[in-house]
Write a protein that binds this ligand. Structure first.
Ligand code: GTP
Ligand code: MG
Length: 296
């Protein structure tokens, strides 16, 4: 007898910095999403696909939900809200640091979704039993239908249990993507994300938020991949900071990025990076569209 195939969208949403991308990578078992200690690390909806013979689970990582100040952030919010609409299972991630009233507006929307919701309280390595129990009780009031699961994405606590629950909840369906697909994003996307991760890690304050990375050339032969990337900033002064004294800063960031890109593709990489000023790009529709952000 032919076995039934199951498939569905499992969408990961929540406030900035709660550990959505860390969780996504744990669930998929690959480094799909970049992770940093800074909020607003993720800017796109990124799919990570897990395939077995009779199941395909399509996880989506999304940007942390926040009130938009720029058009860029409007697009980020669109990605997060789109994930409420097409989920077969919603993973609403919070952590032991934020309070339950952090974002009531978004919580209202989560309360209204029809699909099963797993409320994941992350970073339980940072709390104690008594405080956790209090938090669980508070969330139980706010989302009575949700199944509450305390986890630690970092120390892999309860991750296998979440995987199991997700599998239990997958509907019968043919696969949505090729059965060997790992993600919906092209290779170039991961190059720009790795570069952005290094910029988030290396530069302070407003700089990382004013930066976008673009791949101008991605040429692969048997031996290596040749990549030309542009780092877009908003102002001349930021260009100077990115490059640094005698080009030292950019050189360091480039070396760190190259190592990770090599690891990602399992191949030698020749990476060239240039810095370009696009005034106020975070508010310009056309530029944002070119960078892959959608606006209403
Ligand atoms: N202590 C602890 N830290 C964690 C855990 N999970 C994630 N973190 C840390 O929390 C920070 C944010 O993690 P991310 O996975 O980037 O969070 P995010 O929700 O994707 O953030 P945005 O994309 O900015 O919305 C990083 O420094 C992680 O290492 C956990 O279980 N315990
Ligand atoms: Mg993230």
């Amino acid at each position: 007898m032919e076995r039934k195939h199951k498939s569905g969208f499992v969408n990961i949403v929540g406030n900035p910095n709660v550990g959505k991308s860390t969780l996504m990578n744990r669930l998929v078992g690959e480094r799909i999403s970049i992770i940093t200690s800074k909020a607003q690390t993720t800017r796109h909806r990124i799919m990570g696909i897990v395939n077995t013979e009779d199941m395909q689970i399509v996880y989506s990582d999304t940007p942390g939900v926040l009130h938009p100040n720029y058009k860029l952030q409007e697009s980020m919010l669109n990605f997060s809200e789109s994930a409420l609409g097409d989920a077969d299972v919603l993973l609403y991630v919070t952590d032991v640091i934020e309070t339950v009233d952090k974002n009531e507006e978004f919580l209202l929307k989560v309360q209204k979704v029809d699909c099963p919701v797993l409320l994941l309280i992350n970073k339980i390595d940072q709390t104690n039993q008594a405080d956790l129990e209090k938090l669980v009780a508070q969330w139980k009031e706010l989302l009575p239908k949700a199944e509450i699961i305390p986890i630690s994405a970092l120390s892999k606590f309860n991750i296998d249990y979440v995987k199991q629950r997700v599998e239990d909840l997958m509907p019968d369906s043919p696969p949505y993507f090729e059965k060997d697909a790992l993600t919906d994003k092209p290779a170039r996307f991961f190059v720009t994300e790795i570069i952005r991760e290094k910029i988030l890690l290396y530069y302070q304050k407003e700089i990382p938020y004013s930066v976008e990375a673009v791949v101008e050339l991605f040429k692969e032969d048997d031996e290596m991949i040749h990549i030309k990337a542009l780092i877009i900033v908003e102002r001349d002064s930021q260009k100077g900071i990115i490059i640094g004294h005698k080009g030292q800063a950019l050189k360091k960031v480039g070396a760190m990025a190259r190592k990770d890109i090599e690891r990602f593709f399992g191949k030698k990489v020749f990476l060239e990076m240039f810095v370009k000023v696009e005034k106020d790009w975070r508010n310009r529709d056309n530029i944002l569209k070119n960078f892959g952000y959608q606006l209403d």
